[in-house]
Design a protein around this ligand. Sequence first.
Ligand code: IPM
Ligand code: MG
Length: 368
Amino acid sequence: MANPSLLILAGDGIGPEVMAEVKKIVAWMGDRRGIVFDVSEDLVGGAAYDAHGTPLTDATMARAQAADAVLLGAVGGPKYDRLDFSVKPERGLLRLRKEMDLFANLRPAQCFDALADFSSLKEEVVAGLDIMIVRELTSGVYFGEPRGIFKEGNERVGINTQRYTESEIARVARAAFDLARKRSNKVCSMEKANVMESGILWRDVVQEVHDRDYPDVELSHMYADAGAMQLVRWPKQFDVIVTDNLFGDLLSDAAAMLTGSLGMLPSASLGAPMANGRPKAMYEPVHGSAPDIAGQGKANPIACILSFAMALRYSFDMGEEATRIESAIEKVLADGLRTADLLGPEGGAPVGTAAMGDAIVAALDASL
Ligand code: IPM
Ligand code: MG
């Protein structure tokens, strides 16, 4: 059988730097575990715009559709701020999500023991934290029509549309309930049913799917603003949170800081199963392109490496190898290694991106 294929789209800013460390782990899996991938690389975001005048070419889109899994770094940067909206780097990422129909975005916020005292929240609030945000990724206000900036009388009006169909809500709800059954069996659904009709429908459909097919899972509903507050008040009350595209974007950045740094949070974006039974899938760190530190070799590669671990778990059914990577990271952090984002005001000597990657590889060696 052919080796599974990985398409790497490193993108912009710190994307290529953190992805270089992921490539070391991919190579390690081949050399030391006999898990060999057919790896290819292509451009996305500003890098693709610079080369081709578009943030994602049709050829790259086709390669992403054909790959067993896509690994993405980050897109965007100040250099592209003034570009026309239709060719902004972010459009490349959104096209991948939309055309691959990656409707379930899994963003696990786990607090590593070694970082529990580093979070901006009290240690007892975050120690042992393990929650999963399931963000709807292909609809809602990110894609709804009408949208645009229009002339109305003598002023302009900016319009975006929050739109959800029942089936869009039902399929992401199912993804959340399925995940919950493998975890602590609890789902909290978040919307703004107090002010939005789409929120009323969201709440109804999630409840219907629950009552029909998942009565064994404990389900609660929360308004998203209250959810944000509860997330920083006592995050351990949650197991799986399911929410829409925009609320999920906001809540997952907040959840990331519970774990200490945005540089720690991976994500998996999953769609329907392909002919080979694997889900359509893309894996990316939640952090962005971090233009302020790009090119300096000091970015934290852990979120991107954890995203590859998620690929092993969700695309290739290699949960044990994923755990091996996660344990290696746990060990390196316990040994006191810190990239700059993981140092508090009292400072200390940070390690660079490559040194962190090398240390994780060494910890993998030690795991054999
Ligand atoms: C994310 C990012 C993206 C989003 C941007 C880069 C388009 O913030 O993945 O959370 O808004 O979805
Ligand atoms: Mg975001």
